[in-house]
Design a binder for this molecule. Sequence first.
Ligand SMILES: [Zn+2]
Length: 363
Amino acid sequence: MARASKTAAGSKRKPGRIIVRYEPVRLAPSVRLTFTLGTLVLFLAVAIVACDRDKETVAKAQTQPSLPADVPLPKLSLPADVGPVPKFDSARAMKYVKEIVAFGPRPIGGANHKKVEDYITSHLKGDQVEDDAFTADTTEGKFPVRNIIAKFPGNKEGIIVVASHYDTNYPLRNTSYVGANDGASSSALLLELANQLRGKKLDGYSVWLVWDDAEEAMKEWSDTDSLYGIRHLAQKWQDDGTLKKVKAFLLADMIGDADLNIDRDLNSTPWLEAVVYDAATRLGNQSHFFGRENQVSDDHLPFMQRGIPSADLIDFNYGYNNVFWHTPQDTVDKLSPKSLEIIGTTILESIAILDKMDSLPPK
Ligand SMILES: [Zn+2]
């Protein structure tokens, strides 16, 4: 993943610039009397320099982009009883993260990528699985791309999609970069969600899990160099009529961080984020959600652009100032099974709420 707007309100709650202020020097009268002219000149020179530096620091701080006001979540009247507390095996999910990471870097077109494709499908034996495989014409040439979709049918008309990308950053392909949080954590999350959905007659919407491919930019993130897999899938579903049945699109990205703080994404659908927040609150997970606003370009955008209510669940502050993002430091030791459980159960609870709502609002 992904990109956050530079003017995002998310920076609001990041630690501010430290402004050094210089306190005036106070001297006792006896000391003042012993001041020589030279000392006075030196003192004034230092004071003037200090004053200028103070002004300069403040001026720099004032050139930071202005911060938008908080955008409150809409208040919804949601069903009270949505059934039992959802289950999620966090230890098993964490094991999946480690197994995916163990393949090494998984950029599109590589041998490791193929291994991860096989790894995902090997966990979906007996499920209704569909491929959306095609050749993407990227900035770095033509590459095979494969979205993997597992369908768990419900008894209510309509589909809720839960998605995660599984490729790793292409420009870092020749480093030790394994994307433990960025790609592996959410892909493992979906495998464990599949375990929870499997073999049940879902009393609600069908749930389709999508491991989408080629999310990462090949060179530099732009509308055309990113999201290759999900853009193809959204267009395909628009062309074949599937899209009309999609009631909501929930995206998980970078959700394994042990210090979990999911952004309130201003590119997502507010009412759907309100449902997610309500689900998190019912489970006691709300302190991990929406303490920071951001505006994120991610796999939900092609669905948002087609009018599908969408929410990106992403913690785009991975290490201080997002320092581990897209670096070889994105490793398993920064993650926590608890974070996977918080997101997994909150997604399942969100689906339970959506299932019980009379009708879902438009985007
Ligand atoms: Zn990424």
